[in-house]
Design a protein around this ligand. Sequence first.
Ligand SMILES: *Cc1c(COP(=O)(O)O)cnc(C)c1O
Length: 410
Amino acid sequence: MLVTEQESGALDREACLRLDAEDPLRELRSRFELPDGVIYLDGNSLGPLTTSARERVERVLREEWGGLLIAGWTEAGWLEAPVRVGDRLARLVGAGPGEVIVSDTTTVNLHKLAQAALRARPDRKTVVTEAGNFPTDLYVTECLERLAGQGWCVRRAAPEALAGSLDDDTALVLLSHVDYRTGRMHDMQVLTRAAHDVGALVLWDLCHSVGAVPVDLGGCGADLAVGCTYKFLNGGPGAPAFLYVARALQGQLVSPLWGWFGHEEVFAFAESYEPAPDVRRFLTGTTGVLGAAALEGALEVWDGVDLLQAREKSVGLGQLLVRLVDERAAGLAVEVASPRDPERRGSQVSLRHPLAAEAVPALAARGVVTDFRPPDLIRFGLAPLYLRYVDVWDAVEALRSVLAGLGRPG
Ligand SMILES: *Cc1c(COP(=O)(O)O)cnc(C)c1O
């Protein structure tokens, strides 16, 4: 890894600039419209605007909606957008064509796939998820427990005790691949196999994985997955989420939310529901064309990007941040809350500090955008396509000066 090669030499700002000059992904930064004077370390909450997303949306507004009106549904390909954009995204999660669609929100997609999975295992009643999962994932499982008459129950296991908490009553295992607070990453292969060993289906939430770490749903034999596209994929605020259903399961699972876009013939206007034979059965209603267009434009940036190179850069940025905090922020009451082993961490590093809630706005005032997660975490999202090693250096320098100021009495 780039940063560890430097281990023996002194690490200074010049060394970071040299790493940037050698970075094989350095040209990609110019495809992003980042405001001047900002070091943006919050792409794990909302990815920045790309030129290709802006241009795609402008074209839809002017030429398609503005020019074609209703004909846009067929002539501009709006109808096929969920499948077309899903196919474009598929490579980033190790899925094949026809296994991914974009639609609705991550929350709605979780409801659809979790219920479909439970109904496909009628002799089993337990959903296993992890304590500390993202709130919406926990609320979805609470909602499952309340659905009248189903008798479903939810077990929240500690993340390290997941495999041991599965048994022959487990119908579904619902996990976030990368933890939103600390970036701790599960071994998808191992946990998918553990779920299958007891006969359960597994549903992965990839919100903090897609565009951040390589994901191989197909290679892991994963059944189901969802994720949002406005974080590391830069699809824009509220961009449509995606869902994945392994091809072999598509005919067996039935969506709990029936709508006309999931019908086998949308424009037959039939009076009774017949699910589409493929993944489109998990569509509900009319596609949000503008949101899908922004996402489609943003995905252009990923074309031709070697995902292992992106991972190597993300690990390089993370290891640099950890090393600089260790070396230069020692004595400032700050501690690394993420796993130090990059193999066990997504594309973020979280630091713990008792005054984190004050440090985050103070950093933002200096142009370093991070975010705060209660009670004491500062998250640094490390998006490999537009961040530079020198940004990490400058961010740690800003952090040192902010923390030193906070510590001062009066
Ligand atoms: C961001 C995030 C979500 C967001 O869900 P929405 O329905 O898009 O609001 C869900 N799950 C996880 C793990 C997330 O990080």
